[in-house]
Design a protein around this ligand. Sequence first.
Ligand code: 26Q
Length: 830
Amino acid sequence: MTTVDTATKDQNLSEKEHTRTGTSPEILARAFVDNLHYVQGRPSKFATMHDKYMALAFTVRDRLLYRWIKTVEEMTAADFRMVSYFSAEFLTGPHLGNSLLNLGIQENARKAMAELNIDLDRLLEKEEEPGLGNGGLGRLAACYMDSLSTLGVPAYGYGIRYEFGIFDQQIQDGWQVEISDTWLHLGNPWEVSRPELSQVVKFGGSTKSYLDPHGKYRVRWVPDRVVRGVPFDTPIPGYKAETCNILRLWKAQALHSFDLQAFNTGDYYAAVDEKIVSENITKVLYPNDEAIQGKVLRLEQQFFFVSCSLQDMIRLLHLGKKKLEQFPEMFAIQLNDTHPAIAVAELMRLLMDEHNMEWEQAWDITHRSISYTNHTLLPEALEKWPIDLFSRLLPRHLEIIYEINARFLQEVELKYPGETDRKSRLSIIEESDGKAVRMAHLACIASRTINGVAELHTELLKNSVLREFYEMYPQRFINVTNGITLRRFVALGNPGFASLLTEAIGDNWLLEPQTELPKLEKLAIDAAFQEEWRKTKRKNKEELAAVIRKQTGIEVDPDSMFDIQAKRIHEYKRQHLNILHVIALYCWMKKNPDTQIVPRTVIFAGKAAPGYVIAKLIIKLIHGVADVVNLDQDVRGRLKVAFLPDYNVKNSMKIFPAADLSEQISTAGKEASGTGNMKFSLNGALTIGTLDGANVEIRNEVGAENFFLFGLTADEVLHRKTHGYRPSDYYNQNPYLKEAIDLLRSGHFSKGDQALFAPLVNSLLNSDPYMLMADFQPYIECQSQVSSVYENEKEWTRKSILNVARMGKFSSDRSVQDYCRLVWNISLPE
Ligand code: 26Q
């Protein structure tokens, strides 16, 4: 008898009838009341909205855990290869709505709540999202978890349970202010802690070599600190699927919470010191993306979760009565960028030092298990760790890395005899300006495959940042274009639109978008369908307008074009190019007070890394422009600007559905892929964008005629840079650009303060590393084309429909299928 049988046996009930597994409205209502009473400990009449949210969350969690148990039983029964997705970030977004959708019990839950006089939507609103990521990379990991479960691929997501996730953003006087995130303060009903599965992680100290009784050379690591890692499991259900995988996040805990000796001698602070220092490791998410800072705590975080996870995998291997040699057959480890790349050295150490394996065999196992995904082309964003910091924290790993490097450099010598410069460029150890460990090199040398996240990105990796690795190992390099889950970002975020699609083409588009969405094409010029299409968009815009009013006090007109840029604030993403266009439009409107033009609402959202001064200044500029434009009677009804604070997964689900125009305007060659571009487009927005990241493929799919393209290509950007780019020439030669910049310089958007935006203006005029000046004119011309197409409602709608019809490729199910085939060698269940 399986455990699943025993779970329902006690009441002699079938799965359908049992309080913990049944899904009818009656059973859900009963389970809810049960949980309200016996988990929350609240009489119904005193229950707060939070109590009710918790009671429903626990009700749903029971059903998830039931599926998880079944998944484990299946996993152990068969010899599956399992994915271990290693990521320092998982940006899951709220769980309740998504779980209801994936379990197929949205309607029944709504009925159950209605029975009890509770509005389900209000409960959904209560959920605070786990902000355990910065942006694209963390959200991608969450989309892949959804797809893995949906496709029935056994998988663990391994990461860090940060006590404080990404900060909450407030705006004060136009400036970003960071407020610490306290997502755990009311408890987290979605996780189950598993203290019995804790692992111990070592830090610091030194190594000692010795000969074992067989005369074999061995190394012992004598750490000066040990920390316990406690796993917290969150079940991740698939959509309409049996499989429910687990996201296993590690929390750091002191091994001994109290140093009694210190306490007894009266030193209370010393007594709790270990506890505080240990628990610091998983306290807070570093809020910077792209830019790196060599902070020891960050390396501690990375090593901590990687070590816990690898030890957990070895435990699972033994549990399945398998031998260590079978590790690569049982596990495919995916490194989500280099943040977990220390896994290479840690797996080697575990196999050799703790399990007695020889170097060659350990290396073979490591190489066959690990693959690496790169997410950046910015050389300054490649992770490296100063040697002294590294050796103090991980002395044994540094020795192992030196040995990996020595062997690798021999291989390089064989292939390129005498090429010393090449060797120093390829070496894991950077020797110039202070020795450092280059994590991308470590990852490349060990990995079975190395992938970029969009076709262009992979090509650029091969001929720029990783070129010489490509020359060494051409067969390792592959592309897997990113994708997003349509369940969260279309079905859940845009329910009206989803119903419209389902009425038109049936509901299988959520699982087979590549074959089903194209069925919309024949409706692209159907007048009645177009009308419905516009109605849903209009309704979404009204909802967003209400959010904007509530959050910012700004009134925006849902009949105007919603032109939206929502993403982290970064110079390379060029929010300031967008705002320069707004300034140019504003100038033009002031001079042409009576000309009828397409009214626009330009909306921004996104967080800046707290230490990124220019990014924060861009936020201030957007507010400065908004303050002027929104109050100016001359442009009334024609132009509005709004900055929506605190962009996160939850807010984004209201933003994507309401967009007419999606801004994807990074300097070509800088954005690895982008995934917001996909989310907007799949919600019916048209894109204005450069040939960057996945934009290239989006344009290929939707057709050049349905994509507003402008700007230099990646090749042209490079060419200009190497042939003396002079940004001031554009300023001097383009009167519109000059006027916009001069107005900005004059203090017009800073209450007369000419110094405030000077750093921005100077950067643009003197160096302009992201080539806004060169792309300005093409951009405003392209924007004016956008306006003229928008004027033709039918034409715009037709393009919008075709756009959605052709976006099926960008489902994360397709990405995960690609990984299964090209990287993990996992065949999908029928
Ligand atoms: C590294 C070291 C120390 C502290 C922080 C970091 C760090 C943290 C997060 C570095 C980078 C990140 C996040 C990067 C990221 O989100 N990249 C984006 O990944 C997306 C998914 O592939 C792509 O679509 C985007 O193009 C890429 O910018």
